[in-house]
Design a protein around this ligand. Structure first.
Ligand SMILES: [Zn+2]
Length: 250
């Protein structure tokens, strides 16, 4: 659930075909000299690959990603996939739900929660607290955080226009965290990007190690990408980067 993207973040690829789009003028002016690493898709100036780490978690994450969000290099949902390899990603098409997602929603091993604010009265009876995640674990099922990956407007649309989500419990994220995401202009400091939402859910539900690794990886991504946009080379690894390198060699 991200804020509206700024101009420079407009998708570089056709979400339907995955083919590169003719670049917009702004993108060309800012990005045409930026060579990207094939491993992490970040500008090679500050590549993220040395910090890529994976962690174990009891809870899982499934992303339902808006098609316009998929190929944005500033998307943070893919960071969750790097750290938690069991993460599932589904592209949202209003009239054509992914059959694999529908099958997983019916799989009794999983107990999925739709992560969404509890600010509307019409689904108040489905709203649960974070303690519900612990109850699911105690019953032997795998809790799943379903994150709606897109702008706030796109996430709201996915929530409202996906009948297969209507029977799931709604888990609002209660946190005082303010966003550290620098790559898009936030409408509010309380609007967290997708990776930050996952960090807080993992932390609050007891997956502390996964939360720490993902938070550090998000931090490394955020700082690296931001520096590259200013054509600055990071000479000294940040503390988050140093922790990730140590974690990888454990
Ligand atoms: Zn890389």
């Amino acid at each position: 659930m991200l804020d509206e993207p700024c101009q420079a973040d407009l998708s570089e690829r056709d979400p339907a075909t995955g083919h590169p789009r003719p670049p917009r003028r702004e993108f060309k002016a800012r990005g045409s000299f930026t060579e990207r690493c094939p491993g992490c898709q970040l500008p090679v100036l500050n590549c993220l690959c040395p910090y890529q780490a994976s962690a174990e978690s009891e809870a899982r994450v499934w992303l339902i990603t808006h098609p316009l969000e998929h190929f944005k290099p500033t998307n943070t949902g893919r960071l969750i996939c790097d750290v938690l390899p069991a993460t599932e990603v589904f592209t949202w098409y209003r009239t054509a739900p992914d059959p694999r997602l529908l099958a997983l929603l019916d799989d009794p091993r999983f107990a999925p929660f739709v992560v969404f604010p509890d600010d509307q009265p019409d689904y108040a009876d489905r709203v649960v607290g974070i303690e519900a995640v612990g109850e699911v674990k105690a019953s032997g099922r795998i809790p799943v955080f379903i994150l709606l990956d897109g702008t706030w407007r796109q996430a709201r649309r996915i929530f409202r226009k996906s009948p297969y989500l209507d029977r799931l419990p709604v888990l609002p994220l209660a946190t005082s965290r303010v966003t550290r995401y620098r790559l898009r202009k936030p409408a509010s400091q309380a609007h967290l990007c997708t990776a930050e939402v996952a960090v807080e859910l993992l932390r609050q539900s007891g997956d502390l190690e996964a939360a720490l690794v993902l938070d550090d990886y998000f931090d490394a991504f955020n700082v690296s990408y931001d520096a590259s946009r200013r054509y600055e080379k990071i000479e000294q690894p940040t503390s988050a980067m140093r922790r990730l390198m140590a974690y990888r060699t454990e």
